[in-house]
Design a protein around this ligand. Structure first.
Ligand SMILES: NC(=O)C1=CN([C@@H]2O[C@H](COP(=O)(O)OP(=O)(O)OC[C@H]3O[C@@H](n4cnc5c(N)ncnc54)[C@H](O)[C@@H]3O)[C@@H](O)[C@H]2O)[C@@H](O)CC1
Ligand SMILES: Nc1ncnc2c1ncn2[C@@H]1O[C@H](COP(=O)(O)OP(=O)(O)O)[C@@H](O)[C@H]1O
Ligand SMILES: [K+]
Length: 467
């Protein structure tokens, strides 16, 4: 699991480390890691034109000390301060001593630009002086962000105004949440973690966590010698309508590949479902989890209410999410998993869709708290929040997934994992992980059909089991 921490926790761990280390040691470690990463990105350090964008705080200090190291190896290093009156004094002296120079303007050409404008001390989007420097980054020059892309909120990934777009981010001590969640994640590029010797215990509880391949085998169900189809779990799928019969087929496709022993379909599209998947049971009956909502069409609160009245885990998606009553969900004894996209989340919260898209982390936390449910918020970074532990950030996927019906496959898959007995947050995050992995493999750089995501699930499952 890749874990990320709040600024507050990172600062506490830094204070603890500083108390036992000589003054400036942490910054030197950060600068050494940053300089090594920059050197690795240059074909040749000697003679390379390196431009440092330098903010007023320690983030600028890191950039200056790293620049000094590169200058000592023969790079032509130019530092451009956002505020010439506020530049890290030690870092500036080191750069000068190494032969680096200071400039008021961003040079027109650079082999590498180092964004040291703002780190975890940044508040809001870049202010005008810093934004003006970011705008002058020479087109095509690779950008390395120091700790995080300047202008990105370290705790949320939110961007309130101008921000730097980096190709690589070199972050120190621990991942920050904003590096994992869009829009921040998209601006960070490839993220590299430099160990500066923070004590993991001093970092406390992570704010966010992303599964990795190696986490999946312990989460995914595996039948034992004594298993039968009922002990593996039966998942019921309430989906589809005359208008959207395909949603039923796709949700069943996801459910059949999710590890439950049987899939039971309830709805008007049974002919379509059976034609495609004769292994499906049809009609109401006992289940270990329900999936309600894909392609129901219209206001179908009654279907959701019927499932929610049963004491088994229930996943509510799409049309089933309309008019959900928080009090009903809060009164449930079994887990509830809601899987909205940004538009559905906005409707549940009563806010504009843009608010959810720009503040995904806040939205998923608010939904989980308000509805007393585990919430999987779909989109460019899918988030899973159970209202207690770290928010799970899904690292797999591809924008090709933005295609009709792919969410139906996801809800079937997650429901199947619920029926197999996974806790709701694990079912949701494992489903999102496999779904994204399958989609990435199936798309392979070309448009993707939702049914191909379902068809690619077994290979994705095998791939993580072998990890
Ligand atoms: N604390 C430590 O021990 C270490 C800190 N390190 C570096 O220090 C950074 C944090 O340094 P600071 O706490 O000095 O904070 P920053 O360097 O992130 O920024 C601080 C200053 O920027 C200005 N500022 C804030 N928001 C702004 C905005 N939107 N536009 C323009 N200016 C703005 C404020 O005047 C603020 O004081 C980390 O991100 C990391 O790069 C590393 O050297 C590792 C060790
Ligand atoms: N830009 C994107 N990048 C990655 N994944 C995306 C993106 N947009 C949507 N997705 C994913 O595609 C799926 C779409 O689901 P949904 O919006 O419910 O569509 P539908 O209702 O048509 O099935 C979700 O898994 C979502 O996370
Ligand atoms: K930065």
């Amino acid at each position: 699991m890749r874990t990320a921490y709040s600024v507050e926790n990172v600062r506490a761990a830094e204070r603890a480390a500083m108390a036992r280390l000589p003054e400036g040691a942490l910054m030197q470690r950060a600068a050494a890691g940053l300089a090594a990463a920059c050197a690795g990105l240059l074909p040749r350090v000697y003679g390379a034109r390196v431009v440092l964008l330098v903010g007023p705080g320690d983030n600028g200090g890191d950039a200056l000390y790293a620049g000094a190291r590169l200058a000592r190896r023969g790079a032509a290093v130019t530092a451009v301060p956002a505020d010439p009156g506020r530049v890290h004094p030690g870092g500036l002296a080191a750069l000068r001593a190494a032969g680096g120079r200071l400039s008021a303007a961003v040079p027109d050409r650079a082999d590498l630009v180092v964004d040291g404008l703002l780190g975890i001390g940044g508040q809001g989007g870049l202010r005008p002086a810093a934004a003006a420097l970011a705008e002058r980054i020479p087109p095509g020059a690779p950008v390395v962000a120091v700790d995080l892309p300047s202008g990105v909120d370290a705790d949320t990934g939110e961007v309130a105004g101008a921000a730097v777009r980096a190709d690589t981010t070199v972050t120190f001590g621990a991942y920050k949440t904003g590096l994992l969640v869009d829009p921040g994640a998209a601006l960070a590029g490839e993220v590299r973690l430099v160990d500066i010797g923070l004590d993991p215990a001093a970092l406390g509880t992570p704010a966010a966590a992303a599964l990795e391949d190696a986490d999946l085998p312990t989460l995914l169900p595996r039948p034992g010698a004594a298993s039968d189809k009922y002990s593996r779990g039966v998942v019921g799928v309430v989906a589809g309508s005359a208008q959207y019969p395909g949603a039923a087929v796709l949700a069943v496709a996801g459910a059949l590949r999710g590890g439950a022993g049987a899939v039971r379909y309830v709805g008007p599209a049974h002919e379509e479902v059976l034609a495609r998947y004769p292994e499906t049971l049809v009609g109401r009956g006992r289940v270990q989890a329900w999936v309600v909502g894909p392609g129901l069409g219209g206001d179908r609160a009654a279907e959701a209410a019927q499932a929610l009245a049963e004491p088994v885990p229930v996943l509510v998606d799409a049309d089933g999410l309309r008019g959900l009553d928080p009090a009903v969900l809060r009164a449930r004894t079994a887990p509830t998993l809601l899987t909205p996209h940004a538009g559905e989340a906005a409707a549940l919260l009563g806010v504009p869709r843009a608010d959810v898209e720009s503040g995904r982390l806040a939205a998923v936390r608010e939904l989980a708290g308000r509805f007393g449910a585990v919430v999987l918020l779909k989109g460019s970074t899918t988030l899973v929040c159970d209202g207690r532990g770290p928010v799970r950030v899904n690292p797999t996927g591809t924008p090709w997934l933005a295609t009709a019906g792919s969410g139906d496959v996801l809800s079937g898959l997650a429901g199947s994992l619920l029926a197999a007995g996974l806790p709701a947050a694990d079912a949701a995050s494992a489903a999102a992980y496999l779904h994204g992995l399958a989609a990435g493999r199936a798309a392979a750089g070309a448009p993707l059909l939702a049914q191909e995501v379902a068809a690619a699930l077994p290979a994705a499952w095998r791939a993580v089991q072998g990890s």
